[in-house]
Structure formats: structure tokens, C-alpha cells
Ligand binder design. Structure first.
Ligand SMILES: NC(=O)c1ccc[n+]([C@@H]2O[C@H](COP(=O)([O-])OP(=O)(O)OC[C@H]3O[C@@H](n4cnc5c(N)ncnc54)[C@H](OP(=O)(O)O)[C@@H]3O)[C@@H](O)[C@H]2O)c1
Length: 329
């Protein structure tokens, strides 16, 4: 079967165990709303066929089970020689961001996926919520102070047990990273954050580079939640459209290539085989210096905020929203 997998570069993660599989430089996102398990499973199989070997899921998304089923089916069909060929990330949801719930949550995710380990396990957000059934958006009164030291200690335990080959965080600002680094024996390998030409995260990228934390970009095409009446600011960008035309590429490919050229690995969601194929074909051409200058001047705006995780009613009682906010200028 023709596959672009060989053409995808890979990144060795700092805290990856000795036998850890390096992370392919582009991954497929599996978050969709509403989540339809069969559609998700078929999309993962289509992604494997066009060359994706890196998949991003989370207990929150409900996509762990169909992802695991697709990987098992791919091995059965001979599309993959073994599970070890794929790199799988899952995430600890905020209601389980309590030391005693970290290991049981990972074990549940592994059961959902029918896997023995994840390649990367991330704290989903710097937000801790009262334990209980998942309510989304969350209730303001359920927000609790985040025990960074205790939660990270248990993330390290997951790593020590070999259940997570590497561990990291998501949506963490430089301020949150400092708290983890102050407590860490095994520093986070990855920070997965919103990052694209419209939200370039220069300050955070510089901090992560200094601390040897690999940055992974979620919502690389502007995400599912399109902000404002003008729609998705990445896919509607005139600057990107002009560059795409000049390079004979799509806007999505220009955005993904720009992210890759920043040393960041995009996680892009498409459940459409043609677009999946397009998204993985970004490694045999380059943007010019002039393209980088133009993209560097795009006005910036963020889509995902901590505030957006909470329903507007109610009050924060034991923690300030500013302590949880995951964007910084
Ligand atoms: N850590 C976190 O808090 C967090 C937050 C958000 C997302 N994520 C992860 O990151 C992944 C990606 O982010 P995202 O889902 O928010 O958004 P995204 O990947 O930026 O954008 C997805 C949207 O773009 C469309 N699309 C994909 N490829 C395209 C192409 N080549 N041309 C035109 N449109 C295209 C998709 O539609 P089609 O499916 O129809 O192609 C979908 O509507 C998620 O699935 C999830 O795994 C993590």
C-alpha cells in the first residue's frame, strides 16, 4: 500500500523511556462533536492508510475506544505490523486532576483503547475540578486549587510503571510550567497548546525551547470552535491564501508547514480522506523567508480560553480564573 509514513520526520522526546518510539512530527486529532464512534474509527483507518502514525485522544473526547479499535483492526489487516508503529497520546481530564485519581484514570484510558501503554500522557489543562461525572462546560463552583506537585508526582509514577512512555502537559502557560518544573524529577516532555499562524505563542515557544519542552500545536487550522462572525481566522486568512496560491498548496498545508518550520508538531483533525492526505503532505517543500515575514505580521487572536471551559453562571469560590487561564500575551 502506498504510504507517506516514511516521509514524516520524527522527534525524540526528552523524557521518553529508552525504548520509546519517537513522535512523528504531525499527528491526527480525534476530537469531534458530536463524537460518532464508527466515523472516528473509519477516519483513523483512513489516516493510517495515508501515512499518519501519530494520534491524539483524551478521556474527555470519547474517542479512545474507537481509536484503540482502529489500531487493533489495522494490525489485524496488516496495515500496521504492530501497535508499536503508532504513537498515541491521551490526556488526564480536569476532574481527575487529583493525585489519587491520576493512575486509575490512565488505567481506564488504557482499558478503553485496549493498550498496554500510551506513548505520551498529558495533563489536559491547568484546571482541577471537583471529582465526579464529566459536566461540560464545567461549573464555576467546581474549580479547585491545582495540586501541581501531587498530580505531577503521580504522572511520574505512570511513567515509572511504563504505562506512559513520556509525560507532559497541555494548555500550560510559562507560569504553570514553572510550577511543574519546580516539583519535577522527570520534566514534562511536551506542552500541547493552541498554536497556529493566528496564535503564534512566541513567548511560550521561547520558554519551552529554553527548558527543552517540545511544543505540540492543537487547533493548527484554527480549531473546531470558529470565533467571531468572520469565521475561522486561519482558513479565512488572506495572507495565507496568497502564499498558498503562490506555492500551489492549500491554506491548511501552508498553516501546517509554517508550524512545522517553527519546530512545533501540529495535531490536525480531519475525518475526510482527501484532506487527511493533504495534511500529511507537507514535508517535501518549504516556505520562503518572505512567507515567514508575512505570516509573522498576521494579527493575533486566541480561540481557547479557561473562561470558555466554564458555564457563565455561578462563581469561582476557591480559585481565581487568572490562575487557570491558559493563554498569555
Ligand atoms: N489539548 C487541548 O486542549 C486540545 C484542544 C483542542 C484540540 N485538541 C486536539 O487537537 C486536534 C486538532 O484541533 P481541532 O480539532 O480543534 O482543530 P483543527 O485541526 O485546527 O481544525 C479542524 C477543522 O479543520 C477542518 N480541516 C482539516 N483539514 C483541513 C484541510 N486540509 N482543509 C480544510 N479544512 C480542513 C476539519 O474538517 P474535516 O474533518 O471535515 O476535514 C475541522 O473542521 C483535536 O482533534 C484534538 O485532538 C486538543
Amino acid at each position: 500500500m502506498a504510504s507517506a509514513a516514511a516521509a514524516v520526520p520524527e522527534v525524540a522526546l526528552r523524557s521518553g523511556s529508552g525504548n520509546a518510539r519517537p513522535m512523528p512530527a504531525i499527528g491526527m486529532g480525534t476530537a469531534s462533536s458530536p463524537l460518532v464512534p464508527e466515523t472516528t474509527r473509519d477516519a483513523v483507518l483512513a489516516a493510517l492508510e495515508v501515512g499518519f502514525r501519530h494520534f491524539d485522544t483524551a478521556s474527555l473526547y470519547g474517542s479512545e475506544r474507537p481509536l484503540g479499535e482502529a489500531v487493533a483492526e489495522a494490525v489485524q489487516r496488516g496495515l500496521l505490523a504492530a501497535r508499536e508503529e503508532v504513537f498515541i497520546t491521551s490526556k488526564l481530564w480536569s476532574m481527575q486532576c487529583h493525585p489519587r485519581l491520576v493512575l486509575p484514570s490512565l488505567l481506564k484510558s488504557l482499558r478503553n483503547m485496549q493498550l498496554e501503554y500510551v506513548d505520551l500522557y498529558l495533563i489536559h489543562m491547568p484546571i482541577s475540578l471537583k471529582p465526579g461525572p464529566t459536566v461540560f462546560p464545567a461549573k464555576r463552583e467546581d474549580a479547585m486549587p491545582f495540586d501541581f506537585e501531587g498530580v505531577w508526582r503521580e504522572m511520574e509514577e505512570c511513567h515509572r510503571l511504563g504505562l506512559a512512555k513520556a509525560i507532559g502537559v497541555s494548555n500550560f502557560t510559562t507560569k504553570h510550567l514553572d510550577k511543574i518544573l519546580a516539583a519535577a524529577t522527570v520534566p514534562p516532555a511536551v506542552n500541547q497548546v493552541e498554536l497556529n499562524p493566528v496564535w503564534q505563542q512566541r513567548k511560550l515557544r521561547a520558554c519551552c525551547a529554553e527548558k527543552d519542552i517540545h511544543v505540540v500545536a492543537h487547533s493548527p487550522l484554527g480549531g473546531l470552535k470558529w470565533s467571531g462572525s468572520e469565521g475561522n481566522a486561519v482558513l479565512k486568512s488572506e495572507v495565507l491564501a496568497e502564499i498558498a496560491k503562490a506555492r500551489g498548496k492549500s491554506i491548511a498545508q501552508v498553516a501546517l508547514r509554517w508550524i512545522y518550520e517553527q519546530g512545533v508538531s501540529p495535531i490536525v483533525k480531519s475525518f475526510n480522506k482527501e484532506r487527511l492526505k493533504q495534511n500529511v503532505e507537507i514535508f517535501d517543500w518549504e516556505l520562503t523567508k518572505d512567507d515567514h515575514i508575512k505570516i509573522g505580521q498576521i494579527p493575533q487572536k486566541v480561540v481557547n480560553t479557561a473562561n470558555g471551559m466554564f458555564s457563565p453562571e455561578g462563581e469561582f469560590t476557591s480559585v481565581d480564573l487568572s490562575d487557570m487561564e491558559f493563554f498569555e500575551e
